[in-house]
Design a protein around this ligand. Structure first.
Ligand code: NAP
Ligand code: COA
Length: 263
């Protein structure tokens, strides 16, 4: 897929870009020639990600920071522009999740997910805005089916990702006139990820999830990064404020199967 896109000379920042879906996205932009910066909390994950991205012969930067800390995010984005130039693509995908019942999860548990997923996404976009190429930048938030499909034991994630979708649309409205496009990708159940290992931890539940996808399978991280490469490119230059499912049709109804995933 990377062969179809040339991001050489471009700068890409991926919040939460050190593992899983977001790392795969960072890797695909690196393969397509972009300079790539990633941010996440754990210094060991940041170092490993930067080392692996550097193997593609591009310039890679890493920041160990928490998206809940606006000043740290702001500093990372300022440094990225200083070292790599104006930002062409910003991906906001840092997230936390676990199944927990609404009647007994602690208020701090609810707050942790909302603070990371929703407020963290706002922090990334707010800090990125001064450094975005205007016109021409593309912002992509990573949402989830929980934004539109109510799932048991997911009150925190459903609320947070619904908020992410709305932040996406409002920023698309406000920033479109400057030539900045803001969209979101909604991954379906993606194989070999931390997110699905938490939500469908048993083979039985994982099988039920696969059966509930109209296309009959889990997605791959390549399915998501292919969409990101296209969505950030000039081929998608009239797409703004879109929330794009890449989920095999799962959010048409099948995603409700996760209501069976008792914690
Ligand atoms: P993952 O591997 O756990 O990725 C999460 C990333 O965010 C990691 O790099 C993690 O690194 C970072 N992170 C977590 N909390 C952070 C914080 N407070 N500040 C900064 N970075 C933080 O999970 P994944 O399953 O690939 O999910 C990636 C994205 O896809 C998420 O937005 C998720 O909601 C979305 N999604 C996933 C699926 C799926 O099937 N997996 C489906 C729908 C949507 P550190 O631990 O180093 O901070
Ligand atoms: N069930 C119920 N509550 C849980 C929980 C679980 N599985 N995991 C954490 N919590 C609660 C904690 O008990 C705490 O509440 P308390 O202080 O009232 O006891 C609260 O959530 C915050 O936990 P803490 O460990 O301090 O948060 P953190 O900020 O260090 O970590 C998490 C954030 C909890 C989201 C953690 O799971 C994480 O770092 N996730 C990142 C990876 C991930 O989730 N990937 C999938 C992406 S979709």
């Amino acid at each position: 897929m990377e062969d179809l896109f040339d991001y050489s000379g471009r700068t890409v920042f991926v919040a939460g870009g050190t593992s899983g879906i977001n790392f795969a996205i960072a890797e695909s932009f690196a393969r397509a020639g972009a300079s790539v910066a990633v941010l996440s909390r754990r210094p060991d994950k940041v170092k490993t990600a930067v080392d692996r991205l550097g193997e593609y012969g591009i310039t890679a930067l890493g920041f160990a920071a928490d998206v809940r800390d606006f000043d740290a995010v702001d500093s990372a984005l300022t440094t990225t522009q200083a070292e790599l130039g104006e930002l062409d693509v910003v991906i906001s995908g840092a997230a936390g999740n676990f199944p927990a019942p609404a009647d007994s999860m602690s208020p701090r548990a609810f707050a942790a997910v909302v603070d990371i997923d929703l407020k963290g996404t706002y922090n990334v976009l707010r800090a990125a805005h001064p450094h975005l190429r205007k016109p021409g930048a593309a912002v992509i938030n990573i949402s989830a089916p929980q934004a539109t499909v109510p799932m048991s034991f997911q009150a925190h994630a459903c609320a947070a990702k619904a908020g992410v979708d709305m932040v996406t649309k409002v920023c698309a409205l406000e920033w479109g006139p400057a030539g900045i496009r803001v969209n979101a990708i909604v991954p379906g159940p993606i194989a070999d990820t931390e997110g699905m290992s938490r939500l469908a931890p048993t083979p039985e539940l994982a099988g039920a999830v696969a059966d509930s996808v109209p296309l009959g399978r889990y997605g791959t991280t390549d399915d998501i990064s292919a969409c990101a490469l296209w969505l950030a490119s000039p081929h998608a230059s009239y797409i703004n404020g879109a929330i794009i499912p890449v989920d095999g049709g799962w959010s048409l109804g099948g995603a409700a199967v996760l209501t069976r995933g008792a914690p």
